[in-house]
Design a protein around this ligand. Sequence first.
Ligand SMILES: C[S@@+](CC[C@H](N)C(=O)[O-])C[C@H]1O[C@@H](n2cnc3c(N)ncnc32)[C@H](O)[C@@H]1O
Length: 262
Amino acid sequence: MHAHELDPQRPNPARMYDYFLGGFHNFEADREAAEAAEAAFPGVRASARANRDFLRRAVRYMVAQGVDQFLDLGSGVPTAGNVHEIAQAANPGAHVVYVDAEPVAVHASEALLADNPGADIVHADIRHADAVLSARQVEALLDLNRPLGLIMASVLPYIPEDDDPDRLVARYRAALPSGSYLTISHGSVEDFDDTETDSVYKVYNSSTSPITSRSRERITSWFDGLELVEPGVVVVTGWHPESGDTPVKLRLPHYGGLARIP
Ligand SMILES: C[S@@+](CC[C@H](N)C(=O)[O-])C[C@H]1O[C@@H](n2cnc3c(N)ncnc32)[C@H](O)[C@@H]1O
């Protein structure tokens, strides 16, 4: 079976993430794997929540800079605080295109967005950047000649080295006109010893999409040449924190940053 076909028996990271965030679009196998990951390395759930809060703050920041159109790659199962809700709350005319490869995420997004003329979802693998950028929904809702907010929140861990994440980020960056913003977040286990993290990897590696950890330095390199917004690439809880953030003790670092395309 292809990694992105629906298989309720096999844990899937999109649905595990949904479970961690308190959503309902998950199956028994996802819940069991999520609990196994959390038991193996307490802090995976907190890391998911902190990432989601970072995403909300990043979108608000971009809207405040005047960005009114967003492309959210690996957008996930819709849950509380989706990008279009945050953006359209601040600017009702904002347009958002989501992209995800997981059928449950796509179907749930389609249902949620049916009555929203400013938002849509593309069912695609983000590794096929040309297909994503020329998708019908992108052409209908986004103007790639105007500043755009490109979001890659916690999706690059699912792009293995063999698929060249550096090239993929560069390809999407190249499509962004001046004044656009790039937002990236990415989990990292670089500061932990293998015995602690092996068990988490085992859980994810038995899922439909294995994950890859990357160092803060590597994540920062994806912003090279751009105007990195202060405080740079940091543990997500430290990026423009707000009082409404879920209080979490972040054991598993999740790095995040946001930069302007000059
Ligand atoms: C951890 S979730 C992150 C969701 C959301 N971006 C957030 O930060 O809250 C990762 C999402 O990326 C999606 N994904 C992973 N690899 C993908 C790929 N190659 N193409 C499209 N989506 C992908 C998964 O299906 C999942 O929904």
